[in-house]
Design a protein around this ligand. Structure first.
Ligand SMILES: Nc1ncnc2c1ncn2[C@@H]1O[C@H](COP(=O)(O)OP(=O)(O)OP(=O)(O)O)[C@@H](O)[C@H]1O
Ligand SMILES: [Mg+2]
Length: 469
């Protein structure tokens, strides 16, 4: 399947876009496109900041289009149209995200759209956080004041897609904790305050490399629908005024944003014990000052992550600094199963995989290790396929030994597939050399998990000593 990308609409796209709108409109179950409105927006106003239009392109074809318009301070999505063959590829969400961003830049905080529940692109709207307000009106309040956009962008931040939370595999306990301790009181702020419940404003994640600390921090921001800003110590250090002072101005600037998650990864690099690294004194002091700054105001969350919690300055991990200190270890068998199933979803040409066997062979593997195993085994299967294609062509049998993935029943393997495969078909041929369980097991055997037993032991001791929930 060729890949697609999204780019701004250009006037040369006019004819192809209108054809697409007509095709989508006449497809059963398609969205009720107001052709006149949309075409007028495309033709007369042209795409500008107040009437953004984007298209999704695959190869040379326009396979999706979205048009929005700023109307009296509010944004409206006029149309999201996706060619029927390209549904369920995430194009709708991508188009919407792009139009939303442009409307946000044009100063809109609320975006509405008229759709019929159940229509084909409703999923994309729900996925992007729109909620039904009545029969046909869906709207979404963008959780970022237009004035805050430039501050967030200046420090390299962005609003993340809510799918980063839903796509996070495993981590059930950690997620439940975030729902209970963070999301519920944020949502029910008055009730929480009536009970004196303090909403966490600083969280420290620790655990071995590749276990998912960064992914988790991003997922929390996505769930809260707050922009996510990662402060990179290396970038701050290269700033004009040095690390401590750049950190101070970043925190000061970001405190002005209404809601924000600020993330500092590998915080041990800058917050190692002042005894062992006296030169870190000013940076540690700056970080220690930042934590209470976050506490004073609602809508801010500082997340720090480290591989070496015991190396941090003791003042940093003392009670009263971080509300939550969470260990993030290698996934258990259930977590690995979910992660593997998710990673394997992207491999179309595979036999039925014995997940139990792969889960059993990957004890201590981190999500990053599991991803490498799937990549390595997919590469092995791909090379086998490429070799057999070359062998088939050089032996003169052409496509005789190939057939399409998904159409190749055992009794059909080896027969030519004159309809869809080959140079005249629209889809390239995929040889029948699927990814096998054995490929995964072999890749697992060849891999060395990032975490050794000694490291696991250290992690468990740290978890006992430092965890605070
Ligand atoms: N729960 C998860 N679900 C799906 N993918 C995950 C999960 N956790 C981690 N990953 C994937 O594993 C890889 C490593 O994760 P991540 O970078 O979050 O780990 P980390 O703990 O921050 O590592 P480091 O200590 O090196 O900073 C990434 O590609 C990420 O997408
Ligand atoms: Mg990380």
């Amino acid at each position: 399947m060729p890949i697609w990308h999204i780019r701004p609409y250009e006037t040369v796209d006019y004819a192809a876009t209108v054809r697409l709108l007509e095709e989508v409109r006449s497809t059963p179950g398609g969205p009720p496109i107001n052709l006149t409105d949309t075409v007028l927006a495309l033709r007369h106003e042209g795409p500008d900041a107040e009437s953004p239009a984007v298209v999704a392109v695959a190869g040379e074809h326009i396979v999706g289009a979205a048009v929005g318009r700023k109307e009296g301070g509010q944004g409206r999505v006029l149309t999201v149209a996706i060619a029927p063959a390209w549904r369920h590829h995430g194009i709708g969400s991508g188009l919407l995200q792009s139009v939303e961003n442009q409307l946000l830049h044009a100063g809109c905080r609320r975006i509405t759209t008229l759709i019929t529940p159940g229509q084909t692109d409703e999923e994309a709207f729900l996925h992007r956080g729109f909620a039904a307000t009545g029969q046909v009106l869906y709207d979404k309040e963008i959780p970022l004041r237009p004035a805050d956009v430039s501050t967030v962008e200046r420090w390299g931040g962005a609003l993340l897609s809510t799918s980063e939370w839903s796509n996070l595999a495993g981590m059930t306990e950690e997620r439940a904790l975030i729902e209970q301790r963070l999301l519920l009181p944020v949502r029910e702020r008055e009730l929480a305050e009536a009970y004196g419940v303090v909403i966490p404003t600083a969280m420290l994640l620790f655990g071995p490399p590749g276990t998912g600390k960064t992914s988790f921090a991003r997922a929390v921001a996505a769930r809260l629908e707050w922009p996510f800003v990662e402060l990179l110590p290396s970038r701050l250090a290269s700033g004009a005024t040095g690390l401590a002072s750049e950190l101070r101005s970043a925190i000061h600037d970001l405190m002005g944003v209404e809601r924000v998650v600020v993330f500092i990864d590998e915080v041990d690099e800058i917050a190692q014990s002042r005894e062992t690294r006296p030169e870190n004194q000013s940076v540690v002091n700056e970080l220690l000052k930042a934590i209470p700054a976050f506490r004073g105001v609602a809508g801010r969350l500082l997340i720090c992550a480290t591989n070496a919690v015991s190396a941090l300055d003791p003042a940093f991990v003392r009670p009263g600094r971080f509300d939550l200190v969470l260990p993030v270890g290698p996934p258990d068998a259930t977590g690995r199963r979910v992660l593997l199933a998710g990673l394997l979803e992207r491999v179309a040409n595979k036999e039925e995989i014995d997940l139990d066997a792969v889960v059993a062979a990957t004890d201590l593997f981190t999500p990053a290790d599991l991803s490498a195993v799937v990549q390595r085994s997919a590469a092995a299967a791909f090379h086998r396929a490429a070799d057999s294609t070359r062998a088939a062509l050089t032996s003169g049998s052409g496509l005789a030994s190939l057939s399409l993935a998904g159409t190749s029943g055992a009794d059909e393997a080896g027969k030519p597939d004159s309809d869809a495969a080959g140079p005249h078909g629209g889809t390239p041929a995929t040889p029948t050399t699927p990814l096998r369980t054995e490929d995964l097991l072999e890749a697992a055997r060849a891999a060395r998990p990032t975490i050794s037993l000694t490291e696991l032991d250290r992690f468990r001791r740290d978890a006992q000593a430092f965890t605070r929930i």
